[in-house]
Design a protein around this ligand. Structure first.
Ligand code: NCD
Length: 365
């Protein structure tokens, strides 16, 4: 398999990637330093590095207070983002992330507008995506939630638009709100406060396709800053030693070794849509027997150990039915907490102080 960086779809300059950047393949997480400079601190969220530890803890703490609103079993809605306009720009398939952002925005009183730069838009008349977005920006959107196959695209947009940018997953680069919701799920499962060092003593095994996915990368960055002990595992092409070295994490020789004593097993889907054609993978049954989380393998987890999966799950491949639906699974709880995290991130992007967001919902924690 060729190196991921050979075919990176990263955004490396000020050119319009909609015109210039029609490159094949997945990305490598290689984002230009230039795009970082355009970030507006405290508002944009393009990657985990945009948050310092204090801000991470504040966001997680605000999200925790917003859980009743996100779960639909507390107050039904808040007006703290009343009048705010959020643009939703999802150029890759999505179910939970797109709707989670949308529901989160609506529950806070914001309005959400969807945009697709496709045959039904001005794209059909030859307008570039950037020109279209600049026009939408001129309508005064407060925030734009972006999912795109190009690594670094949300970060690049920060330099082009007035609206604050939230990354909902860019290529194989990052998925910061997924990592935040995973962190919140872990903290809740182990009754930890969202404070510096919150995950000290917790061993987290991230297993499966880390190379072509963005969830593993964002989690490796975020969970480390919170003090977790991290181990990765997967077939060599999907969890290579180079990635373990880049992130300075332990690479387990097999799934059983990764799970031994782990408090969290985070299972990741094979990112088939980003695999190079040359990559040969075992069939589903063989993959499951080597790298799938079965009930028998669960016994290796630490006492109280939990199972996470960002979804969509491929049952019978990286995770068995009995595990996905079993008592250790936090998969649906991740979705609920994801709504709370996205509320906090949207409020931050719209410039509403997190304490005010919480006060406006009437939440008490
Ligand atoms: C993930 C993504 O899109 O990166 N899904 C999600 O946002 N919940 C993970 C995946 O697609 O495997």
């Amino acid at each position: 398999m060729r190196a991921a960086s050979d075919s990176a779809a990263s955004v490396t300059g000020q050119q319009d990637p909609g015109v210039e950047g029609d490159r094949d393949g997945h990305g490598s997480g290689d984002v230009s330093a230039g795009s970082l400079g355009a970030r507006r601190p405290g508002r944009d969220l393009c990657e985990i590095a945009d948050l310092d530890l204090a801000e991470t803890c504040a966001l997680l703490s605000a999200a925790r207070a917003l859980i009743p609103l996100a779960a639909g079993d507390g107050p039904r809605r808040s007006d703290c983002l009343a009048g705010a306009q959020v643009l939703s720009l999802f150029a890759e398939p999505s179910t939970r992330t797109r709707l989670s952002f949308e529901v989160a925005a609506r529950r806070l009183g914001a309005q959400v507008v969807d945009f697709q730069h496709d045959a039904a838009s001005s794209a059909a008349k030859g307008e570039t995506e950037l020109d279209a977005l600049r026009n939408l920006d001129a309508m005064g959107f407060d925030a734009i939630v972006v999912r795109d196959r190009r690594d670094g695209y949300p970060g690049w947009l920060c330099s082009q638009l007035r609206a604050r940018v939230i990354n909902a997953g860019d290529g194989a680069h990052e998925h910061p709100t997924q990592a935040l919701l995973d962190a919140l799920t872990i903290l809740e499962a182990f009754d930890r406060e969202p404070v510096p060092g919150a995950m000290t003593g917790l061993r987290v095994a991230i297993c499966g396709d880390l190379r072509h996915g963005r969830v593993g990368r964002s989690n490796l960055r975020l969970l480390r800053t919170l003090g977790a002990e991290l181990v990765i595992a997967g077939p060599g092409e999907l969890a290579p030693a180079t990635l373990a070295a880049e992130f300075e994490v332990e690479l387990a020789p097999n799934l059983d070794a990764a799970l031994e004593g782990a408090h969290v097993a985070m299972m990741l889907r094979i990112q088939r849509e980003r695999l190079p054609a040359s990559l040969q993978l075992p069939d589903d049954a063989s993959y499951h027997s080597a790298w799938g989380l079965s009930e028998r393998r669960l016994e290796r987890l630490a006492r109280g150990g939990v199972v996470l999966h960002p979804g969509p799950m491929n049952r019978g491949v990286e995770i068995a039915d009995a595990v996905a639906d079993g008592p250790r699974s936090r998969v649906l709880r991740q979705v609920t907490l994801g709504g709370a995290v996205r509320m906090a991130v949207l409020a931050r992007a719209c410039g509403v102080p997190l304490v005010q967001t919480i006060a406006d919902t009437g939440a008490t924690r």
